[in-house]
Design a protein around this ligand. Structure first.
Ligand SMILES: Cc1cc2nc3c(=O)[nH]c(=O)nc-3n(C[C@H](O)[C@H](O)[C@H](O)COP(=O)(O)OP(=O)(O)OC[C@H]3O[C@@H](n4cnc5c(N)ncnc54)[C@H](O)[C@@H]3O)c2cc1C
Length: 161
């Protein structure tokens, strides 16, 4: 039997797991892939996971309409900031699983331009962040929403928190 251990159930670890499951497991039926994560599971998984996470009280509640506003998401979006998912990253996730794509799209604000400005408001510059030629702009998304979207696709018996 062959086995692969992935250290860390972050965005990278979960995405690696999903890619291996999709592209390698069909060729190696007895392949075992397991993720080891040093932190407890996020709260939305804690009920179903044997090693239950401690209760976390959200310190901030994000009320932007594009982000889901249920209590669970408010807790998880409080863990970490936002990031910009560029068109190549979006294409990778779309090819991996259309459900993940739909979910991150619903949780994102899509932008075609990144700008930088100083506190006085003076704009320092702007650069393109995707667009029609790339099939997408850049998805601005809470890191935790992206993490939730990939972590939820991982078979929970294949991850130890
Ligand atoms: C301020 C900021 C802004 C950013 N903006 C962007 C952006 O706009 N666009 C973009 O693409 N990226 C951005 N990034 C980077 C992006 O957030 C990271 O590249 C991404 O989260 C990395 O994912 P990862 O899974 O590799 O690592 P992580 O998300 O750090 O996951 C690693 C996991 O491994 C676990 N772990 C570590 N060591 C062990 C161990 N020994 N045993 C078990 N588990 C372990 C950790 O607990 C963690 O859960 C930004 C980062 C920061 C800090």
């Amino acid at each position: 039997m062959k086995s692969i251990a992935i250290i860390g159930a972050g965005v990278g670890g979960c995405t690696t797991y999903l890619f291996l499951k999709k592209n390698l497991s069909p060729h190696l039926p007895d392949l075992k892939i397991h993720i080891y994560e040093s932190y407890p599971p996020p709260p939305y998984l804690s009920k179903s996971h044997p090693k239950s996470a401690p209760t976390i009280t959200p310190s901030t509640v994000d009320e932007r309409p594009n982000l889901k506003s249920d209590a669970t998401t408010n807790v998880t979006t409080a863990l970490g900031g936002a990031l910009g998912l560029s068109p190549n990253g979006i294409r990778v996730l779309k090819s991996l699983d259309p459900d993940i794509y739909e979910r991150i799209k619903a949780a994102s604000i899509e932008v075609d331009v990144f700008g930088a400005q100083i506190s006085s408001g003076r704009v320092l510059g702007a650069f393109p962040a995707g667009g029609e030629r790339h099939g997408h702009g850049t998805f601005m998304i809470m890191r935790a929403a992206l993490h939730d979207a990939v972590l939820e696709k991982v078979d929970q018996k294949d991850v130890s928190f």
